[in-house]
Design a protein around this ligand. Structure first.
Ligand code: SF4
Length: 363
């Protein structure tokens, strides 16, 4: 970007300000670019607006476009890659992300990037997973307060107590968990591969953490007995079977697809249950006329942008944690190299293993 250079020396810190993180010291801080809607910005972002025009009104694009242009230029200048979860908003998902997907796809692709800097547009446990798999790289999250009700429902100390109560029973943990919890885990899973992971252990009983509803769903697909924890996703637990029956009553032919983090009465109403990646594949392959997508509502926007012939009914439950990630915060992250994800090396060493076992199984 004209007039911008990477500082080779650490920036000075005024007395009283927090010390610079290793990433800020290593890569320096850049001046903020001009963020105006100009003919040049319009030209430079026109091809990106084409991707989202069905889900972002033209009147809103002048607010997004200057950030999109600045982020894409800065990303190239820094040699950074942006990973975005399926629940990110369309201007992030379609316009600045290099890699998109569900937790498993992002975890696998995080290991394949050559970039030295990873900006994780998702929640904190996802950024931790990227850091665990890329210990030598700088992993940034635009807002470290982007948490998750599932990840917050359990601690490493809770898992240690469970292991004392059920000695010798292996622990399978959903990736929606902290590094502290993963460090106490035998193997991780995602909603895409949970059944395969549980059955891969060759035992008749596992401790399955922390999502009770995902665990109940997995239990319907396998003979392995699951010892469950009462963690819930605050987005998916709000859906109800009655709500879905009302959609079906109003339009008998409508298709309903649901994420397995939903309660059992919701899944009982669904024509298809699957991870976000499987839901996307299902819609793109089946091309239903009208579909109710029972998951976080930005995902329906992202799929709608690529499936113009499908009409989406979006019972709109937003994840407040995912929505903490915005274009201005991504730009700030790249400019100031924050917020850097750092994990205690002793925990990281143990937390990496169950993720690597999961990835090896998926491969
Ligand atoms: S949608 Fe649910 S599981 Fe996903 S980050 Fe938000 S709270 Fe966590």
């Amino acid at each position: 970007m004209p007039g911008q250079t990477l500082h080779s020396a650490p920036a000075a810190v005024a007395p009283g300000l927090p010390p610079l993180t290793p990433a800020q010291l290593r890569y320096g801080i850049l001046p903020k670019p001009t963020l105006e809607w100009t003919p040049e910005v319009e030209r430079a972002t026109a091809h990106l607006y084409e991707k989202v025009r069905t889900v972002i009104p033209a009147v809103e694009w002048p607010f997004f476009a200057p950030y999109v242009k600045a982020i894409n230029e800065l990303k190239a200048q820094r040699g950074a890659v942006i990973l975005a979860h399926n629940y990110q908003t369309p201007e992030i998902f379609h316009c600045v992300a290099d890699v998109v997907g569900d937790s498993l796809q992002l975890a696998r692709l995080a290991t394949k990037t050559d970039a030295d800097i990873i900006v994780q547009c998702g929640v904190h446990f996802m950024a931790e997973t990227s850091k665990l798999l890329n210990p030598g790289k700088t992993v940034l999250i635009p807002d470290s307060r982007a948490g998750c009700s599932l990840a917050a429902s359990i601690t490493g100390a809770d898992v240690r107590l469970l292991k004392q109560r059920y000695p010798g029973v292996p622990v399978v943990t959903y990736v929606n968990s902290s590094a502290d919890v993963k460090a106490e885990t035998d193997i991780c899973c995602t909603s895409s591969n949970a059944v395969k992971v549980v059955e891969s252990l060759g035992v008749d009983r596992v401790i399955f953490l922390p999502d009770e509803y995902l665990g109940k769903y997995v239990a319907t697909q396998t003979k392995v007995k699951l010892i469950l924890w009462k963690g819930h996703c605050e987005v998916h637990e709000r859906f109800t079977g009655a709500e879905l029956r009302a959609y079906r009553d109003a339009e008998p032919g409508i298709q309903i697809i649901a994420h397995p983090e939903c309660p059992p009465d919701v899944l009982a109403e669904a024509d298809f249950t699957g991870s976000t990646a499987h839901m996307i594949d299902w819609v793109k392959t089946r091309q239903p006329k009208r579909v109710v997508m029972v998951t976080e509502c930005s995902m329906a926007d992202n799929v709608a942008a690529e499936a113009p012939n499908v009409e989406f009914v979006r019972p709109c439950n937003l994840c407040p944690h995912m929505k903490r990630i915005t274009l201005p915060k991504i730009l700030d992250s790249l400019l100031n190299m924050r917020e850097e994800v750092l994990i205690d090396p002793a925990i990281a060493e143990r937390a990496r293993l169950p993720i690597e076992r999961m990835i090896a199984l998926a491969a």
